[in-house]
Design a protein around this ligand. Structure first.
Ligand code: UGY
Ligand code: MN
Length: 247
């Protein structure tokens, strides 16, 4: 892309947004001291969640979120420690943490550490206990073919329990693999391309997408993906889940 001529693959629409590296705005925020922040998705777009990338510019200690929401963190480079009093968990490459609403976990990152972070307001369900924290590793989660399709495998990073009001999944497409149909659903999505690329249909546009791109899909945004290239295409995808849309 010729950014000198004002070109970008990024595209912001009412029903979806594609945010590409060439248009990233790197900012600092007081509650992310010692870190560069790139916001991919925020409520300003119309989304019900925030999705952003953090890179620590020095050894730093991040306080709990300045809101009562859930924080999900996936480490993509470096090392971090998640701490609540004497409760300490180390995160290495591709390890992740689900930190429940209103919890007091701090996040200590070494210089150069990169994380993907997703936050949203937790929707409780009457009679169901909200979940506690989850610490796990992406490679430790089984990749299961989607509806028997060996070209498309899904890893569910969070337990399939009604206490969870969100899913965070990794979807891996073999070259030529695709979603079986154009989805339309009331859940919205936040997505980050982790590897490879292909074509993402969003509403009535078809976008080339590649590693590093991020996408927001509003409720009912028609969506479809087909993987191109020689290697697998892999993306991390969030959706609000397990709750009645009127609740
Ligand atoms: O879980 C999903 O809705 C997923 N299949 N959507 C997507 O990949 N765009
Ligand atoms: Mn979907």
């Amino acid at each position: 892309m010729r950014s000198s001529l004002g070109e970008t693959r990024s595209s912001i629409k009412r029903s979806h947004a594609l945010i590409c590296v060439d248009s990233h705005e790197i900012i600092s925020l007081p509650h992310w001291p010692g870190a560069e922040v790139v916001s991919y998705v925020t409520p300003g777009l119309g989304a019900g969640f925030s999705l952003f990338r953090i890179v620590a510019t020095r050894q730093t200690r991040i306080p709990p979120p300045p809101h009562d929401g859930v924080r999900f963190v996936l480490l993509r480079a470096g090392q971090a420690e998640i701490r609540d009093g004497a409760d300490v968990h180390t995160l290495g490459m591709d390890e992740y943490a689900y930190l429940p609403q209103a919890s007091g976990f701090t996040l200590e990152m070494a210089a150069g550490t990169e994380i993907l972070c997703l936050e949203h307001a937790y929707k409780p369900m009457p009679g169901v206990q909200p979940p506690g924290p989850v610490f796990n590793s992406m490679p430790a989660i089984a990749a299961v073919p989607l509806k028997g399709n060996e070209q498309l495998r899904v890893q569910k990073l969070l337990p399939e329990e009604p206490g969870f009001d969100m899913e965070v999944n990794v979807m891996t497409f073999a070259p030529g693999g695709s979603l079986p149909y154009v989805e339309t659903h009331f859940m919205e999505h936040g997505l980050v391309m982790l590897d490879g690329g292909g074509i993402y249909r969003l509403d009535d546009q078809w976008y080339p997408v590649a590693r590093g791109d991020a996408i927001w899909m509003a409720p009912f945004c028609p969506q479809w993906f087909g993987a191109l290239g020689r290697g697998d295409a892999r993306y991390l995808i969030y959706k609000n889940w397990n709750r009645d849309p009127l609740a």
